[in-house]
Design a protein around this ligand. Structure first.
Ligand code: SAH
Ligand code: SF4
Length: 350
């Protein structure tokens, strides 16, 4: 009884002060006895700080070509089993215009680290999309500060780059040729340049400890991230981690709920990877702290080729279908679709 009371006190403390120690986070992550209370608390904090509106971001997966070799990812350079594609700048702008017609206010451009897209090409794409009066998020990996500055000057508003894991040993084992320090440095540069910055981690990586997940959450808080995207690691047949166990829906939901308690006004998406492991995953996430969804607005066959992990939802659907589907789900739980651009509103209680 005493132990249970202690866990509930931690949830209460997090709900009101939005601060927890590493040890307190570890105790919440190490038991499933208080999961229901944790999810309810995160839902209440979400309602109090960011309200009932759900922000939709239209995701365009514009290239699956990547020079990196992240061990978990199907787009890694050494994977020859995936047919590669890249969209031309005009096509990307055309997809964004279609997304606007479906009612999206924000576009997220995501790709592997593909050097075809020089600063000039990206400036052309960013300018073209900003002319459509859309908020624009880039999620294109690690670049130099000068490149980030050029994209920002061209009009990019936000940048999404998960830290993936803050565990230094695990980070280097999973990311050949990359460094945790550089990735952190990129996120700091992006903040400094005035982007809204999104980050996040994978949950359930091989050898990932509860301690390191607690550190990940504290990292989001320390960075004061504007957006935090969390999802289970899902093993991909075409990667060296094909035989790994993978993360669970529940564990990623818990990391997400604790993140909501500590960053009450951040934007937190209900992620596609969560829905891959649970067919109601996004709705459950929206009722456990999330306030954003990122439906795919990539047209045609490309979304099948953007094969980060297997079982990705909606690969045979059209943007129109996805928009209708997620809208229906959101309305069915009594929430609303936001008509705004969905910038983070800091420290507001609605
Ligand atoms: N190249 C960019 C953006 C594309 S990858 C970048 O790395 O930042 C987008 C996200 O897909 C990554 O941040 C990673 O967390 C996720 N991802 C990759 N492989 C995955 C897998 N096997 N299971 C779940 N998520 C995965
Ligand atoms: Fe490339 Fe991103 Fe996949 Fe790493 S996670 S291989 S950087 S697409």
């Amino acid at each position: 009884m005493k132990a249970l009371k202690k866990l509930l006190d931690i949830i209460d403390k997090a709900s009101t002060s939005h601060v927890l120690s590493k040890q307190e986070i570890i105790s919440l992550l190490s038991t499933d006895r208080i999961d229901g209370q944790l999810f309810h608390a995160a839902d209440r904090v979400r309602a109090a700080y960011v309200g009932d509106e759900v922000h939709l971001r239209g995701l365009i997966e514009f290239s699956n070509i990547c020079k990196q070799n992240c061990l978990y990812c199907g787009l890694r350079w050494e994977n020859t089993a995936v047919r590669r594609y890249r969209l031309q700048p005009e096509t990307i702008i055309e997809f964004a215009a279609k997304a606007k017609d479906y009612g999206y206010k924000t576009i997220v451009l995501q790709s592997g680290e593909d050097e075809f897209y020089t600063v000039d090409k990206l400036q052309q794409i960013i300018t073209g999309i900003k002319k459509l009066d859309l908020a624009l998020t880039l999620s294109i990996g690690e670049k130099t500060r000068a490149e980030y500055q050029a994209y920002r000057q061209a009009g990019a508003d936000r940048y999404l780059m998960r830290i993936e894991t803050t565990d230094a040993g695990l980070y280097s084992a999973l990311h050949p040729g990359m460094s945790l320090e550089n990735r952190k440095g990129c996120l700091l540069d992006l903040k400094d340049l005035g982007y809204e910055v999104g980050t996040g981690c994978l949950v359930g990586l091989p050898n990932q400890s509860v301690e390191s997940l607690a550190e990940d959450i504290l990292f989001f808080k320390e960075l004061d991230a504007d957006m935090i995207g969390l999802g289970p690691f899902i093993p991909n047949e075409a990667t060296p981690l094909k035989d790994a166990k993978g993360g669970t829906f529940e564990a990623s939901l818990k990391v997400m709920a604790i993140t909501r308690l500590l960053l009450p006004d951040a934007n937190i998406p209900a992620t596609t990877a969560m829905e891959t492991l649970n067919k109601n995953g996004r709705i459950i996430a929206l009722q456990s702290g999330a306030n954003v969804a990122m439906p795919n607005v990539t047209e045609g066959e490309y979304r099948q080729l953007y094969a980060l992990y297997p079982g990705k939802i909606c690969i045979n659907d059209t943007p129109a279908h996805c928009r209708g589907c997620i809208t229906g789900k959101i309305l069915s739980i009594g929430r609303k679709i936001s008509e705004e651009y969905g910038y983070r509103k800091k420290n507001t209680v609605v």
